[in-house]
Write a protein that binds this ligand. Structure first.
Ligand SMILES: Nc1ncnc2c1ncn2[C@@H]1O[C@H](COP(=O)(O)OP(=O)(O)OP(=O)(O)O)[C@@H](O)[C@H]1O
Ligand SMILES: [Mg+2]
Length: 256
């Protein structure tokens, strides 16, 4: 929305970029998300934490319909996207996702991996898509690696290609699911640096991560999952430094 239009509509700024209302998910009878509500403002960074199996990935995947919620709605910028008539490919282009294991096509160069969605989803001509892909790769510091294949890149570089692939689509938000947990320690910082820059440029982000130092600097809000429910949420510093729920204390204690 243009700045002028935003000013003309007083509520526009308050409409969350992402809103989840009463999300439930069952996997063959197992109730893994048990009524999750969340609001992510424009430009906000929200962290999700919680023990393994608590439902963080499933919830994240419901936000761009890689997983269909069994019940509840997701709204992006005020529009319900869980309506089955909504085109899921455009939802996934608008709400990018970065996975732990990069998910790049091994037989395509970095440039081709990034250009693919621009060509097939955003319907850009190949030459335009390649220019946009090159500039997204430059943005993540990979200008010198456009023609390399994933197996010629380090894990940190591959993850930056995956981030560029999301960015190139000009998404409204990007979801990150443990983006650094598969990386060798010396490569973690290069990915976190890119994410920190994106956040400072106003990208709306939801991040599953246990990188406490990073979250302290970057995440505005922290949501604690336990057994398919939110047990605690609040400003990141408050939750980290003065957790109210015994299970949050237990979880954070185990991380140290
Ligand atoms: N496709 C699936 N089919 C059946 N069960 C699933 C599926 N995906 C997830 N689950 C189950 O749903 C629950 C939540 O899983 P989820 O992956 O969302 O947890 P998580 O918090 O991301 O865990 P982790 O920290 O290990 O990544 C788990 O019990 C898991 O086994
Ligand atoms: Mg997970």
């Amino acid at each position: 929305m243009s700045a002028a239009l935003e000013e003309a509509t007083p509520n526009a700024a308050q409409v969350p970029m992402i809103e989840a209302r009463g999300i439930h998910k069952y996997f063959s009878g197992t109730h893994v998300l048990r009524g999750i509500d969340a609001r992510v403002a424009h430009g906000e960074v929200v962290a999700l934490m919680g023990r393994s199996g608590s439902g963080k990935s499933t919830f994240l995947r419901c936000l761009n319909r890689i997983e269909e919620p069994s019940e509840g709605d997701v709204l992006i910028d005020g529009t319900i996207i869980t309506d089955l008539r909504t085109d899921v490919n455009s939802v996934r282009a608008d709400i990018g996702m970065v996975f732990q294991d990069y998910n790049l096509f091994p037989h395509m160069t970095a440039l081709e991996n990034v250009a693919l969605g621009l060509i097939h989803v955003r319907k850009r001509p190949r030459s335009v898509a390649q220019d946009l892909a090159a500039s997204a790769l430059k943005q993540v510091g990979l200008a010198d690696h456009l023609t390399k294949y994933p197996n010629q890149l380090s894990g940190g570089q591959q993850q930056r290609v995956a981030i560029a692939r999301s960015l190139a689509m000009r998404p409204k938000a990007i979801l990150f699911d443990e983006p650094t947990s598969a990386l060798d320690p010396e490569m973690v910082h290069e990915v976190l640096d890119v994410m920190r820059t994106l956040a400072s440029e106003g990208m709306t982000m939801v991040v599953v991560s246990h990188e406490i130092g990073f979250l302290r600097k970057v995440a505005d809000q922290l949501i604690m999952f336990d057994d398919g429910m939110v047990i605690e949420r609040g400003p990141t510093e408050r939750v980290l430094d003065a957790p109210e729920h015994a299970r949050t204390r237990e979880f954070l204690g185990a991380l140290k």
